[in-house]
Design a protein around this ligand. Structure first.
Ligand code: CS2
Length: 471
């Protein structure tokens, strides 16, 4: 905190610091996206209301805590676009590492001063199966059922924390998923209810009556922190920041207007409150994220490293643009006031941002979790409508080749199914006849309705062989 007065005038800083009230917000997963997005919005709230500081909870690693604790949780946000700016964000006041002190996390969850929980644990952190239900065979869920008072998973912590709130008669809580899942609030609520039902009778019903799980859409392109960013921030600040973060200037948070009483005035911080999040989250996940994953696999296969570089590849850019406008857009219902063509053009422009080095390898992670949300739902809808799925199947085949090629190089992809994908990739022959059925056998990725659809399997196979030829 002491260094803030040494900051150069052009560097933004929190309006309000000093001894604050107990954190009103508990956040699971204080990674880069949380810090460029929700924590940035909350920092705006703090100017008028000191209750809304954040206590972060890392469910796995102490790295973020170890980096930020020595700097009082402060960090630099670099906004890289046509104009570059830097600001120090002060809303994240402390970070707990759950495996080190689970009881402290549960105490915070149950505290009357905690009114909001926000979450960015990525798709895999919800322990869901292919149908979007709680995967009760998941190792973490199995452990939570054995040791419910010492949780491991996000769902386990939420259920135990809500159980304690019921026992202590604490005020209702708003639990906000900020992850890229379709209908994230309902999926989270269902998973929590399913585990609560297995814990003790009546708990699920109480949670349903005393907890709000609003649906959200979150958006801002956030490349991982690099040493180059650290060096750049150090030269601007004149001091070291152990873990600065970066994003584009575009930032959007759409929040379902279904919140427990006593929470922050989100709208005053620029959050969009609406009853129509469905239109926003389908559009964003299928258009932006579907195009992102397509660029990632096809761009890497073509030898590109960043999104902006892949967008300069005319053939790839044309495929992605046509896919978004001709194949994805017809599956969407635009929310009130959103022009989908303009939205698509804006996304493509954001992808071209020369100030952002967004690594395709970063987006390529966790494909087994992302494909169903970003591409397979769109394919299913187009099949049902009798529309072409040819372009949409190219990135699906691209993912298969990406897995195959990494395995051939002796490398595992970053994915919850890494071991299974590695073995599958090693057995690939670079021919659809053998390879594609092996991938389609991944039942947590490809639903039976697609695997049994000859149009889908044949179109993927054809795309796979065409990409194989390109090598
Ligand atoms: C990206 C997203 O890494 C990825 O999977 O597609 O993180 C993307 O940058 C954000 O959803 C943009 O809002």
């Amino acid at each position: 905190m002491a260094h803030l007065d040494r900051l150069r005038a052009e560097v933004g800083r929190p309006d309000r610091l000093g001894k604050s009230l107990p954190p009103g917000i508990l956040h699971f997963g204080p990674g880069a996206f949380h810090r460029v997005h929700q924590a940035w919005f909350v920092d705006k709230l703090l100017a008028d209301d000191g209750r809304w500081t954040i206590c972060g909870v890392s469910l796995r690693s102490p790295e973020v805590r170890d980096a930020l604790a020595p700097q009082d949780g402060l960090y630099t946000l670099a906004i890289l676009d046509q104009h570059t700016s830097y600001e120090v964000v002060g809303s994240l006041r402390e970070i707990l590492v759950a495996p080190e002190d689970p009881e402290n996390v549960l105490t915070r969850l149950a505290a009357p001063t905690t009114r909001v929980v926000t979450i960015t644990v990525t798709e895999k952190g919800y322990c869901l199966d292919a149908a979007g239900e709680l995967d009760t065979t998941h190792a973490d869920i199995q452990r939570d059922l054995r040791l419910p008072h010492l949780p491991t998973s996000l769902i386990g912590y939420l259920v135990e924390g809500l159980r304690r709130r019921r026992a202590e008669g604490t005020e209702p809580l708003t639990v906000i998923s900020c992850d890229n899942l379709i209908d994230n609030g309902a999926r989270l609520a269902r998973a929590v209810g399913q585990l609560a039902e297995l814990r003790e009778p009546g708990l699920a019903h109480w949670i349903e009556d005393h907890t709000s799980f609003p649906r959200t859409m979150v958006d801002s392109i956030t490349p991982a922190t690099t040493d180059e960013l650290r060096a750049r921030v150090k030269s601007v600040l004149g001091m070291e920041d152990r873990w600065p973060v970066q994003r584009e200037s575009f930032v959007q948070w759409v929040l379902e207007d279904r919140l427990a009483v006593g929470g922050p005035d989100w709208a005053s911080a620029g959050v969009t409150l609406t009853d129509d999040v469905a239109g926003y989250d389908h559009a964003k996940l299928r258009l932006l994220n579907g195009a992102h994953s397509s660029l990632a696999y096809l761009g890497l296969l073509a030898g590109h490293e960043t999104v902006a570089e892949a967008m300069r590849d005319e053939r790839l850019c044309s495929l992605i643009t046509a896919m978004m406008k001709e194949d994805v857009r017809p599956t969407l219902r635009a929310p009130r006031g959103l022009d989908l063509n303009a939205y698509i053009d804006a996304i493509l422009q954001r992808f071209r941002n020369p100030a952002i080095r967004h690594a395709l390898a970063q987006i390529a992670c966790d494909g087994s979790q992302k494909l169903p949300i970003r591409l397979l739902g769109t394919i299913r809808d187009n099949l049902e409508a009798g529309r072409s799925i040819e372009r949409l199947c190219v990135p699906v085949a691209g993912w298969m080749h990406f897995v195959r090629r990494q395995a051939a190089r002796g490398e595992r992809v970053t994915d919850p199914l890494a071991e299974r994908l590695f073995a599958l990739g090693r057995a690939c022959q670079n021919r659809s006849k053998l390879d594609v059925p092996a991938f389609l056998g991944l039942d947590t990725v490809f639903p039976a309705s697609l695997v049994q659809n000859a149009t889908f399997t044949n179109t993927v196979a054809q795309a796979y062989d065409e990409l194989a030829v390109e090598g």
